[in-house]
Design a protein around this ligand. Sequence first.
Ligand code: C5P
Length: 219
Amino acid sequence: MNIAIDGPAGAGKSTIAKRLAKELDYIYVDTGAMYRAMALYFLEQGIDASDEKEISSASEKVDITIAYQGGEQQVILNGENVNGRIRREEVGNMASATSIYPVVRKKLVALQQKLAATADVIMDGRDIGTCVLPDAEAKIYLTASVATRAKRRYDELQAKGERCDIAEIEKDIEERDYRDTHRTTSPLKQAEDAVLVDTSEMNIDEVVETIRKICQEKQ
Ligand code: C5P
């Protein structure tokens, strides 16, 4: 059985998917991390996100593989583990700007489908239910209000001791939502057969429980 979890940035997809994967003994596949690893490569090469030609030729030089260490997904970019370097806002924004290109998506979708073919996976992203795993047995569209998502991100950064501004975070989230939902190739949208879960008023335990029930019903 494969479980697809899609939704906008900051809806809690990875937290929930990780918890569920542990409980159900599934492999957790974080597809955003793959787009981030490619974005890191483009950033390090000094490539402009709007230069599709450059992005295309650079994409050919990118090799991304996935490994698991203590159950945690590791993204290997051209032989180097880049997990520690892909979480910065700058990388997330570059990932959002470059994931619009079919050449980038084609490469990563193939890798994601290969992973799902060999194991039971819980995969999270933006196009899993609509494009990567259209036949997934359970599909969830996880969302929350912009204000809730910004507050969660703010708390997370505060806990890490990072200075941040909630209005700026909100603006960033809105921009990323807009880009992800308006791109031509595989935009973020709820699959017709996905179950909508709005987590604005829910805590993590409640969300995990809700999704576990949805998955049980699909089994
Ligand atoms: O989920 P995360 O914030 O790590 O994803 C970074 C960016 O990668 C997203 O803003 C989105 O543009 C892109 N992405 C995508 N398709 C996916 C996963 C992520 O386009 N399946």
